[in-house]
Design a protein around this ligand. Structure first.
Ligand SMILES: Cc1ncc(COP(=O)(O)O)c(C=O)c1O
Ligand SMILES: N[C@@H](CCCC[NH3+])C(=O)O
Length: 413
């Protein structure tokens, strides 16, 4: 599971050349994961939408486009960057939530299919585009994921329309002469047991049966990856068999035999391709606990702080001499909050000032959730290309970037 295909010498070279904190991605891994997803189902009308919220670096989007995969978007910003990367409007699916009329129009003007997830937003769409083509996101009454914060189906979530409102959906569709192109769901993120995903699919198919003539059904994303050596990989073979069984029995009954099925993976495609590289700036003891102080504040990677997520850590010694001595430490960042801990009570080789810290499987929801908290700068991103060379795919922010939105600093003023 560890994505450390790059040796220590190369890691030091990258840190010296590009500085830290630094996100590093491996193109081959991204391509491999795209192909696994594309080949998941032996079904002709099967499409994969990459969920760009996991990692929206434009160069990575271009690789995914090149692999023949479509994308979803959550905001006009994601649509904008996806179009800049080369995705045509008909390969973008705007799965939005609580958008303004202007944001909805942004997609409508670009002929991008929109999925709404409330009766209120369906009404809004009807008013803006009577006779239009729309998708509806349902809440199948079932969710799964690594934290309550990312479970997006079931009783405790703002997402999707409940099954009990199917008639109300039909009523609004009629009122505005809308065509229901498809239905979709996303039950949550980080599913390692295929049966949990299948359960959600079964429930969505029950809802699909209530609508005739759908062009597609989108089961959503959520496929997990093993962050921890104890976690097993998602069994794609079993997932494929079980999903095909469901699809085949659905099609036998359904009026459109050519219906398209879609999935929407984000994490699965990029998580293992990336690692985050940081530098040890200080080491200290506070009340007998050792703190390894790095430049990896939670502005750079928020997952451990937000969800208590585990990321495997490696120490790369500055002097090339690996330490066999292990110690229990907290790996912490440089942000002014006590919660700024990237790895808690971890048994790791002894780390000293100047050593490098490698945070594994950081390709998904890493940079895309980074911030400027404490006026820290967002890190640079580097791609290790298929031919083994590397190149900068996002420059490190500068201090000037911090002031460019204020009056007197840019064209908007
Ligand atoms: C609508 C939707 N689709 C797809 C995804 C991708 O999820 P994951 O990265 O877990 O595959 C998300 C994020 O959880 C989402 O909100
Ligand atoms: N951001 C979450 C994933 C889900 C977000 C999208 N619904 C994570 O880092 O695990």
């Amino acid at each position: 599971m560890i994505n450390l295909t790059v040796d220590h010498k190369k890691i030091k070279e990258l840190a010296d050349l590009y500085g830290t904190p630094l996100y590093v991605y491996d193109e081959n891994t991204i391509r491999l994961r795209c192909r696994e997803m594309k080949n998941l189902l032996p079904y002709e009308n099967f499409r994969v939408n990459y969920s760009a919220k996991a990692n929206s670096n434009m160069e990575i989007l271009k690789i995914i486009l090149d692999e023949g995969i479509d994308v979803d978007a959550m905001s006009p910003g994601e649509i904008y960057i996806e179009q800049k990367a080369g995705f045509p409007g008909d390969r973008i699916f705007f799965v939005c939530n609580n958008v303004s009329a202007e944001e909805m129009l942004y997609a409508i003007e670009r002929d991008i299919l929109i999925s709404v997830d409330s009766l209120s937003q369906l009404e809004l769409y009807g008013k803006k585009k009577p006779g239009g083509r729309i998708a509806v996101r349902f809440n199948p009454g079932y969710g799964s994921g690594h934290s309550d914060k990312v479970i997006t189906g079931g009783e405790s979530t703002k997402f999707g329309i409940q099954k009990i409102y199917i008639n109300a959906v039909k009523e609004i569709l009629r009122k505005y002469s809308l065509e229901l192109a498809g239905i979709n769901q996303h039950i949550g993120s980080f599913i390692l047991e295929e049966d949990n995903y299948i359960e959600g699919c079964m429930k969505l198919l029950e809802i699909a049966g209530e609508f005739s003539g759908l062009s597609f059904i989108d089961f959503g994303g959520g496929f997990g990856i093993p962050y921890n050596g104890d976690e097993s990989k998602l069994n794609l073979t079993q997932l494929s068999i079980k999903l095909m069984n469901l699809i085949e029995s659905f099609i036998r009954e359904y009026d459109n035999k050519n219906i398209t099925f879609k999935i929407e993976p984000g994490r699965y495609i990029v998580a293992e391709s990336g690692f985050l590289l940081g530098r040890v700036n200080a080491v200290k003891y506070n009340y007998e606990k050792k703190y390894v102080g790095t430049d990896l504040g939670f502005n750079v990677l928020i997952r451990p702080v937000l969800y208590d997520s585990y990321h495997e850590i490696k120490i790369v010694k500055r002097d090339n001499v690996d330490s066999h001595e292990k110690e229990q430490v907290n790996i912490v960042g440089n942000i002014c909050e006590s919660g700024d801990i990237i790895a808690r009570d971890r048994l790791l080789p002894r780390a000293e000032e100047g050593d490098l810290v490698v945070v594994c499987c950081a390709g998904a929801y890493g940079f895309s959730m980074s911030s400027n908290y404490n006026c820290r700068l967002r890190p640079a991103e580097v791609l290790i290309c298929s031919d083994g060379t590397h190149r900068l795919i996002r420059r490190r922010e500068t201090l000037e970037d911090l002031v460019k939105h204020f009056p007197g600093s840019g064209p908007a003023y």
